[in-house]
Design a protein around this ligand. Structure first.
Ligand code: NAP
Ligand code: MG
Length: 500
C-alpha cells in the first residue's frame, strides 16, 4: 500500500482506543460470531512501554478450538466458500486489505500499545505489510492451477494435475509483528481456498482481535476465518493435535517448532515452520561504509532486535573493522529508544519483563559491551541497543538467538571467500544474511556460499511477498510468500483418463 499520511494520534484518540480495548469482552471469533471462552478463561494483555494493563482477552480452551476447527471444516466443505469462484475469493481478500488500509491509523495505534513498536514504524511499515500480504496473495487465487502432462502408459490417456486446498489450516503466530504475521498467514491459505483458525501470540493478540471484526464486516462466509487468542500450551497444542487440521503454519521459536513437527507426525499434518536465526552481516573493506553501517545496525536493531532475520553477527573486514565498530557504536548513541507514542522514538521497548530479563542475562554473561547494554528507566521494558566486540565465538552471546537488540562484531581477513562463508555458516541456523561490498563478483559468489533463505546485498528491504521466505537448517521448514508460499496450502492430485 502507499504510505498513509503520518500524524501522531492525539491524546484523545489514544485515550479512546485504550478505553475501547479495556471495555471489550468477548474475543474469540468462531464461526462468524464473537464469543467468550467456554470455560470463561481470559488473558491479561499489557503495554510493554509502561507495564499498564490494556485489556482482558478471552483465552481459548480445548473446546473452543474444537468448535473453531469444526466451523472451519464445515466452511471448507459445505458453505458458500466451497463453491465460490476464485475471482470472488480474490475480491474478498482485496476488500479485507482495503478495510485494513482504511483503518490503518487505528491498527497502528493498537500495534504500538500492544507490541510496543514505534507508531511511525507500525503505520508506515507494519500495517502496510499486512495490506501487501493480502493484495499480493489475492492475485494467486485466480492463478493456481495444475498442468496437462504426457502419459507413459500404454494406450491413449489424458493426464493432468489438480491443485486443491490442503484443508483446514492452523496458523500459530509470534508476537513481533502481530498484524502482518496474521495476514501473512491468512492470505495465502485463503487464496488457495483453505479455511483457517489463527492463534495469535498471547503477548500481543489485540490487532488480531480487531482484525476479526473487520473480517466479519467484509463478509467472509462464516467459519472461513476463525481467530482464537489463547495460550500456546492450551489452544496452540489443541490445534496441533486436532484431527481435522490438515496443515500447520507456525512462526516462533525453534524449540516449539520442533515440538510441533513431532506432534504433527501423528497424522502427518503438513507443516511450514518459520523459526529463529543468528544471521550474519558481512562488511567488506570496499563497501560504501556510511550506508553499510546504518543498514547493518538497523539490520539487527530494527523492532528492538525482535526480528527473526536479525543480523546479530557482524563480520567486518579487518581493514575497516575499527571504523565500522565506531560507526555502529555512534549509531547506538544516536538511536532514540522510548515509548512508541513519543515522537522521535526509533526503538520501542521489548515485549515483556521476561524478555527484558532474558536479554539482560545474555548481556551480563559477556565482557563489558563496546556500546549500550543498560536497561533504560524502570517503567516498561526498555534496553539500550548493545554492541559486543572481542567475544569468544563459542559463547552463548555469539551463538544463541537473543531476540533483542544485541550484535556481536567479529573481524575477518580478506582472502578466501570460502573461509568467510564458513564463518558465516558456523551456526545451527540459516535464515538470512547481508553482504556489503561494491564488488559484484564477491557479492554473488558469497551469496551462493551462505546457507540462508534470504540474502540481501548493500541494504535491507521490507518484506517482499513475491519472494519466497524461509530458513535453511534449524531456521525452518518450507517457504512462505511467493508461489511456493501459496502452493504450500495445496495438495497436488494427478488424474488420468483412459481415452482408448
Ligand atoms: P514461541 O514461544 O515459539 O511462540 C510462538 C507461538 O507458538 C505463540 O503463539 C505461542 O503461544 C505458540 N506456542 C507455544 N507453545 C506451543 C505449543 N506447545 N503448541 C502450539 N503452539 C505453541 O516464540 P516467541 O517467543 O513468541 O517468538 C520468538 C521466536 O519466534 C524467535 O525464536 C524468533 O526467531 C521466531 N520468529 C521467527 C520468524 C520467522 O519468520 N522465521 C518470525 C518471527 C519470529 P504463546 O503466545 O502462548 O507463547
Ligand atoms: Mg502486550
Amino acid at each position: 500500500m502507499n504510505a498513509p499520511s503520518f500524524a501522531f494520534p492525539s491524546a484523545d484518540h489514544i485515550a479512546a482506543a485504550k478505553q475501547e480495548l479495556a471495555a471489550s469482552e468477548d474475543h474469540l471469533f468462531i464461526d462468524g460470531e464473537f464469543v467468550a471462552a467456554s470455560d470463561g478463561a481470559t488473558l491479561d494483555v499489557e503495554n510493554p512501554a509502561s507495564g499498564e494493563h490494556l485489556a482482558q482477552v478471552a483465552s481459548a480452551g480445548v473446546a473452543d478450538v474444537d468448535a473453531a476447527v469444526r466451523a472451519a471444516h464445515r466452511a471448507l466443505h459445505d458453505g458458500p466458500w466451497a463453491t465460490m469462484p476464485a475471482t470472488e475469493r480474490a475480491a474478498l481478500l482485496w476488500r479485507l486489505a482495503d478495510a485494513i488500509e482504511a483503518d490503518a491509523h487505528d491498527f497502528a495505534l493498537i500495534e504500538t500499545l500492544d507490541n510496543g513498536m514505534p507508531y511511525a514504524q507500525a503505520l508506515m511499515a507494519a500495517v502496510p505489510m499486512a495490506v501487501d500480504a493480502l493484495r499480493y496473495n489475492s492475485g494467486w487465487a485466480t492463478k493456481l492451477g495444475g498442468e496437462t502432462l504426457p502419459s507413459g502408459a500404454p494406450g491413449e490417456w489424458f493426464s493432468y494435475t489438480l491443485r486443491q486446498p490442503v484443508g483446514v489450516v492452523a496458523a500459530i503466530a509470534a508476537w513481533n509483528f502481530p498484524l502482518s504475521m496474521a495476514c501473512g498467514k491468512l492470505a495465502p491459505a485463503l487464496a488457495a481456498g483453505c479455511t483457517i483458525v489463527l492463534k495469535p501470540a498471547e503477548q500481543a493478540p489485540l490487532s488480531a482481535v480487531r482484525l476479526a471484526r473487520i473480517v466479519q464486516q467484509v463478509g467472509f462466509p462464516k467459519g472461513v476465518i476463525n481467530i482464537l487468542p489463547g495460550l500456546g500450551s492450551v489452544a496452540g497444542q489443541a490445534l496441533v493435535d486436532h484431527p481435522l487440521v490438515r496443515k500447520i503454519t507456525f512462526t516462533g521459536s525453534t524449540a516449539v517448532g520442533k515440538a510441533l513437527l513431532r506432534a504433527s507426525a501423528n497424522d502427518l499434518k503438513r507443516v511450514t515452520l518459520e523459526l529463529g536465526g543468528k544471521s550474519p552481516a558481512v562488511v567488506f573493506g570496499d563497501a560504501d561504509l556510511g550506508p553499510a553501517i546504518e543498514a547493518a545496525a538497523m539490520g539487527v536493531f530494527f523492532n528492538t532486535g525482535q526480528i527473526c532475520v536479525a543480523r546479530s553477527r557482524l563480520f567486518v573486514e579487518e581493514t575497516v573493522y575499527d571504523e565500522v565498530v565506531e560507526g555502529v557504536a555512534g549509531f547506538i548513541r544516536n538511536l532514540k529508544v522510548g515509548d512508541g507514542l513519543e515522537p522521535g522514538s526509533m526503538l520501542g521497548p521489548v515485549i515483556s519483563r521476561a524478555q527484558l530479563e532474558r536479554i539482560e542475562s545474555y548481556i551480563s554473561g559477556g565482557a563489558a559491551p563496546a556500546a549500550g547494554g543498560r536497561r533504560i528507566g524502570d517503567r516498561g521494558y526498555f534496553i539500550e541497543p548493545t554492541l559486543f566486540t572481542g567475544l569468544d565465538l563459542d559463547s552463548p552471546l555469539a551463538r544463541e538467538e537473543i531476540f533483542g537488540p544485541v550484535v556481536v562484531a567479529v573481524p575477518f581477513k580478506r582472502g578466501d571467500l570460502d573461509a568467510v562463508a564458513s564463518a558465516a555458516n558456523d551456526t545451527s541456523y540459516g535464515l538470512a544474511a547481508s553482504i556489503f561490498t561494491r564488488d559484484l563478483s564477491t557479492a554473488h559468489r558469497l551469496a551462493r556460499r551462505i546457507d540462508a533463505g534470504l540474502i540481501e546485498i548493500n541494504g535491507g528491504a521490507p518484506m517482499q511477498f513475491s519472494l519466497p521466505f524461509g530458513g535453511f537448517k534449524q531456521s525452518g521448514l518450507g517457504r512462505e510468500n511467493g508461489r511456493e508460499g501459496v502452493e504450500a496450502f495445496t495438495e497436488l492430485k494427478s488424474v488420468s483418463i483412459r481415452l482408448a
